[in-house]
Design a binder for this molecule. Structure first.
Ligand SMILES: Cc1ncc(COP(=O)(O)O)c(C=O)c1O
Length: 452
């Protein structure tokens, strides 16, 4: 049995002088100094290509064919990887659902393929407006506004509401769209420790005390995708009400796929309708690009249409995407959706228990994301490379997306995975782990010998 916690090798323990592909990170290469904006990026490209040539680069894979539990892709070097797929976000396995494909075909046949305009002008379609009404009704808010991407919804709602003299109090691990929106809106961004109710409350109280007349937005998520964990949303609602702050919760990863009715942690914690602004993405469960912002405040909708870059100054979601999400939402709300969520959760629990039996540590609570700890960069890149070579599709998350030496596979489960897929994957991963540890041990021993 393997235990990555127990056997973790740190870079100090082996000689990486000749192994540049196992060292360094994106951040280090992206911050190389220099006056020439393009030339200074060469370092990043050289580093990434070196990793690719050593087959320890899992980034930028392209799929062929449908997104399913078994899939085919190739990497940047054109190498084929075919096999069990834990690298796609399609939690309820809706991306090739026949009814959804038919809805997309019907929309294309009746409306063409393009929105042909911003939603502030004439890019809205009857389908987009129907989707906005359906989302609002399902969530129990007065209104919803649909965006062409989830990223735009998160960034845009913060940037549109928060002014430079206002304040944003935000979980330090909030998604890049939220963090970048906050930083673009105001210099007054106060990050609190991940999930810390005390951290949120004390920062919020201090900001309100020091700035009694300014606006404050509090931003968090209902399911964090790197750690698969959830804050105390009820507490966040309470302290926001006490201090006159507006609460925004991003439910990209749990809406539609978790909870009996698919309403995720917001419903489980009884805060739907109490969170001021709910935003999310359609790209994890609803089989399409796109996102939304929902609220009951009567002034938000037109403000977003007119004052929000990723809504106002970009073309609206296409009629095909709106039709896809509408049909996906219908399925999510149906008995079929309920069945799919049950199958998804069974798979999640089975994968987590099988990984534990193989000695892997998974983070957080059961959700469609199963973060599987590997540890330092060198080991994690070798394990990931071996896993891909053996025919399992995975994504590796490294610093700066997570903190140093906490690299992890971010496994994403689908309703259509079978126990056989999960068993096969665990066998591949276990063998990949053993091979990676052996090769690092060999390097370590060679290093020790050279020093004597
Ligand atoms: C928490 C969170 N919010 C927003 C987004 C952006 O959504 P999309 O990829 O649909 O633009 C993502 C997706 O990566 C996410 O994980």
């Amino acid at each position: 049995m393997m235990n990555f916690e127990g056997t973790r090798l740190t870079p100090k323990m082996y000689d990486l002088t000749d192994a540049l592909h196992l060292q360094g990170d994106v951040f280090q290469h992206a911050t190389v100094a220099g006056q020439h904006l393009l030339d200074r990026l060469q370092s990043l490209t050289d580093w990434a290509n070196n990793r690719l040539s050593h087959e320890v680069d899992a980034n930028c894979k392209a799929t062929h064919g449908r997104i399913q539990p078994r899939a085919s892709a190739h990497d940047r070097a054109g190498r084929q990887i075919s096999g069990v797929n834990f690298a796609s976000q399609d939690y309820l396995s809706l991306s090739s659902h026949p009814q959804i494909v038919a809805a997309a075909q019907h929309a294309a046949a009746t409306r063409g393929v393009h929105s042909a305009g911003s939603s502030a002008l004439m890019g809205l379609t009857d389908l987009t407006l129907e989707l906005e009404r359906e989302m609002a009704a399902w969530l129990g808010y007065n209104d919803a506004t649909v965006f062409p991407t989830g990223w735009g919804a998160g960034y845009g709602v913060i940037k549109a509401l928060v002014r430079p003299t206002d304040h944003v109090v935000i979980d330090m691990l909030a998604h890049a769209c939220l963090m970048e929106g906050a930083r673009a809106a105001t210099p007054n961004v106060h990050a609190f420790a991940h999930l810390s109710a005390r951290g949120l409350e004390s920062r919020l109280a201090r900001v309100r005390r020091d700035h009694p007349d300014d606006g404050i937005m509090v931003v968090t998520e209902s399911l964090f995708s790197m750690d698969s964990d959830t804050p105390d949303l009820r507490h966040a609602v309470r302290v926001c009400q006490e201090h006159g702050a507006t609460l925004v919760v991003d439910c990209a990863h749990d809406l539609g796929c978790m909870g009996a009715d698919g309403l995720g942690h917001l419903a489980a914690q009884g805060v739907l309708g109490e969170v001021d602004i709910v935003m999310g993405s359609f790209s994890k469960t609803f089989a399409s690009n796109g996102g939304f912002v929902a609220s009951s405040h009567p002034a938000l909708k037109l403000a977003l249409r007119f004052l929000c870059g990723p809504q106002t100054y970009t073309n609206a979601m296409s009629p095909i995407q709106a039709a896809v999400v509408l049909k996906a939402l219908e399925i999510v709300r149906s008995d079929e959706g309920r069945d799919r969520r049950v199958r998804l959760m069974d798979n999640i629990n089975y994968l987590r228990s099988q990984l534990a039996d193989c000695g892997f540590v998974t983070l957080g609570a059961p959700s469609p994301i199963v973060p599987t700890m590997l540890g330092d960069s060198a080991l994690s890149r070798l394990v990931c490379g071996e896993t891909l070579r053996a025919g399992a599709l995975v994504n590796l998350v490294e610093y700066p997306a997570v903190s140093r030496n906490t690299s992890r596979l971010r496994l994403q489960v689908m309703a259509d995975h079978s126990e056989a897929d999960i068993d096969e994957f665990c066998t591949i991963l276990t063998a990949a782990g053993a091979t990676a540890i052996d090769s690092l041990r060999a390097a370590q021993e060679a290093n020790a010998e050279a020093m004597t």
